[in-house]
Write a protein that binds this ligand. Structure first.
Ligand code: ATP
Ligand code: MG
Length: 391
């Protein structure tokens, strides 16, 4: 028996009571059949969006043009989309016209892959006109219908196909793979955000090696970068966007900024990748002291990104860095046992405060145990005496 959360079940039953056939559909059916926990449950219904809005007290018109209404339930939001069929994709991105006079079969037929084109009947049966269950068993990503036609309608499906292969550990069915090789040039019209989204999911999947296919087929040609190493070994890095994007920069041998900006990554990630790349290229630290100096120069995010690049190469860089971080060694002026105020109280003025802080930091980076007020004061008086002696 496939588990559907109460909130979703109630939405479905309410629509059936009002006379509108309604089914859990798409990714949630796929995940349930795989024994995985669905990320979200989507319903597909014969009711039009206005009808859905009228039937439930709390709704949000999240995508009326596509027929999507979000119903807020005690169990969280449920997306309800009217059966639809699309006609006249003209630009490879947007359905030219969305029509709501469709049947469930037509709604399933517009979906991308057979494993995503199943619905759950109220009696628990699976409505599966395209052999999605069999493809789940055979572990195949197969287009619904003719691959080249489907990729021409929406070029993002090529990225999605590779992404599902990477996430689920499936293979691309032969004609579907061939379709990607043939239609890859169509990817040029896609928005960078959507490409980024799929690429990120591939990089963060258990099989980041699939990213290779995006480059081999030409899906990434517009970005003008060429992998210089293996994507597979990104699996050594944590499955977070920060880590995997850092690794990505190492694979393509680029510091990142312009490429990652084009892909619309967050500023913070772009900055960390660029800093990390410079640290990595300059040679990763071999000692704790060198890690502390790297932290001072590149910050935590930059040092981590650099360390991930080292991990990608098969070094144990992150563990070394994380150990330094866990120990709480001082690696910035802020952490010094003497503050700017303390230095002012000792008689330092203006620029001399900054200079003394840098001198102290340098000392503490070398020997973290020196970071106590007493030892820092002693150090200052020693060094200033030397200076006086010199003059
Ligand atoms: P995820 O677990 O990543 O959410 P998902 O299969 O639910 O996977 P969504 O992007 O949430 O993917 O889309 C929900 C459903 O809508 C899909 O299962 C598929 O049936 C359909 N779908 C989504 N994008 C497309 C597309 N570009 N072309 C055709 N059908 C699509
Ligand atoms: Mg989904």
């Amino acid at each position: 028996e496939l588990y559907i959360p109460d909130g979703v079940r109630r939405c479905r039953d309410r629509l059936w009571e009002a006379g509108w056939p309604t089914y859990p559909v798409g990714g949630c059916v796929r995940d349930l059949l795989l024994g995985r926990t669905p990320g979200d449950f989507d319903l597909t219904t014969a009711a039009r969006p206005e009808t859905v809005m009228a039937l439930f007290p709390r709704t949000v018109p999240t995508g009326m043009r596509h027929g999507t209404v979000t119903v807020l339930t005690g169990d969280g939001p449920v997306e309800i989309t009217t059966f639809r069929r699309e006609s006249g994709y003209t630009d490879g991105r947007h359905p030219g016209e969305v029509r709501f006079d469709a049947t469930l079969e037509e709604d399933l037929a517009r979906r991308d892959f057979t494993i995503n084109a199943m619905a759950l009947a109220p009696d628990g049966g699976v409505i599966d006109p395209f052999g999605g269950r069999q493809d789940l068993e055979r572990e195949l990503i197969r287009c619904v219908g003719e691959p080249e036609k489907r990729f021409t309608e929406d070029a993002l499906r090529m990225f999605r196909g590779v992404r599902f292969a990477a996430q689920l550990g499936f293979e691309l069915q032969t004609d579907t793979a061939r379709g990607i090789w043939r239609c890859a040039a169509l990817a040029e019209v896609l928005s960078h955000e959507r490409v980024r989204g799929e690429l990120e999911k591939i990089l963060c999947s258990p099989r980041p090696g699939w990213a290779r296919m995006l480059f081999d087929t030409g899906l990434m040609r517009r970005y003008g970068c060429i992998p210089r190493g293996a994507f597979v070994t990104l699996s050594r890095l944590p499955r977070t966007p920060e880590a995997r994007w850092a690794g990505f920069c190492a694979v393509v041998g680029e510091e990142g900024p312009s490429l990652l900006e084009t892909l619309r990554l967050e500023r913070k990630t772009i900055r960390a990748c660029a800093d990390g790349f410079r640290l990595w290229k300059a040679g990763l630290p071999q000692t704790d002291e060198a890690w502390r100096r790297a932290l001072w120069e590149y910050g935590v995010d930059g040092a981590r990104a650099g360390a991930w690049m080292g991990d990608w190469e098969g070094r144990e860089s992150s563990p070394a860095l994380e150990q330094v971080l866990r120990r709480g060694d001082c690696w910035s002026v802020k952490e010094l046992a003497l503050s700017g105020q303390d230095l002012a109280a000792l008689g330092y003025r203006g620029k001399d405060i900054g200079a003394a802080q840098r001198q102290l930091l340098d000392h503490v980076l070398e020997d973290p145990s020196a970071n106590t007020p007493e030892r820092l004061r002693a150090y200052l008086s020693e060094t200033s005496e030397t200076i006086e002696e010199d003059t």
